[in-house]
Design a protein around this ligand. Sequence first.
Ligand code: DLL
Length: 439
Amino acid sequence: MANAIWNPDMECMNRKDLESLQLERLKALVDYCDRNVEFYHNRLSAAGVTADKIKTLSDIQYIPYTTKTDLRDTYPFGMFSVPRKDLVRVHASSGTTGNPTVVGYTREDLDNWSEQVARVVVAAGASDESMVQICFGYGMFTGALGLHYGLERIGATVVPTSSGNTEKQLKFMRDFGTDTIVATPSYCLYLAESARERGEEFPLSQYKLRLGLLGSEGCTPEMRREIEERWGNGFFATDNYGMSELNGPGMSGECRERDGLHINEDHFLCEVIDSKTGDVLDKGSTGELVVTNLTKRGIPMLRYRTKDITRINYEPCACGRTTARMHKIIGRSDDMLKIRGVNVFPSQVESALIGISEIGPHYQLVVRREGYADTLEVRVELIDGSLLERYGELEALQLRIHDRIKTILGIEIKVSLVEPKSIERFTGKAQRVVDLRNR
Ligand code: DLL
């Protein structure tokens, strides 16, 4: 796989030049929001902020945060800043409650978006030689079309299979010699599993798959190793991140060093805050990521609270890029389960489960309230269902898993080992948590 840089001028810029470009863009954005979006005009006026008050990047702290609730409250187009005829696309992300969040793109936005994705996929190792199967659902979700346009921009051959229809996905992969896959980590793993169910052996040597552009949901290093071992043949999985409110995929992605996700900093100005107090944290601290999309025009985003937990490393990378790198998403502040006062992220449970040969990579966390106490049940699938009848072995395995998870979380849990294939599979983002406390 190639080790190229798509836009060295931007990706390898020295920090001083980058920061002055960010400042110039930030001022222009504040002015633009003030003049074109009533919502922002009101917010900025109430806070006493105008573009000429922004003298340094740290003056961003005077701008109020924007949240998903603001987008929902102004559904569908209340935060758009251009007349509808200037929009060339809309996308939406479906939340679990209330109105979806709707986002709009001008032609210039689509152009910037493709550029951002082009950088991310080239950093991961894709090139104009790549044959890429996009297994994200095409539609209102930003994942498929976002990656599609970025990959076309670099000249890759795109195979837009969309999600689902596993048999056909595998057939095209074999027949076309697909070498790169775009999917969620859980779907990439599921495809490998499905190939084995057709009677193929791990590692899956009938396939030419070498590169995974995986994103849209978290993936622990342990799960990534599992995915790579199943596909075999040097399959190299990379992580990329984004969200529809910030265009979609393309905000950041890993290079071949896989030591953090390079942020497209000329487009995205990032801060890390304490999600409880809203205070901006020192560089390098772990907290909630807040992003200002410096170049977005259809629906501009000032200090958007992502709810994703990470930290940012500003050291230059061995790959030659100087852009800051965000750590893999550790969890979401709203995904974090508070169980008997302890913070629990699904990713912690995942890292405890991977590597135990008797169980598959599918799991679910079920939280209940019994009396006044919260309980956590971790449901895990066995690879061999006949173990359910061998009580001695089953109990020993249950205890081993229990102890591993308990050591990491520090709280009592219940482990249930369940039949193979009894936990629901997802072609999009996997849903790991079932919270029954408020039912
Ligand atoms: O998931 C955009 C995307 C598509 C990114 C394809 C990468 C690849 P939304 O549907 O709006 O957009 O969901 C955004 O998904 O706030 C994170 O919580 C989560 N997420 C996205 N990428 C990652 C990742 C797309 N690499 C929400 N790791 C975000 C962990 C991720 N979580």
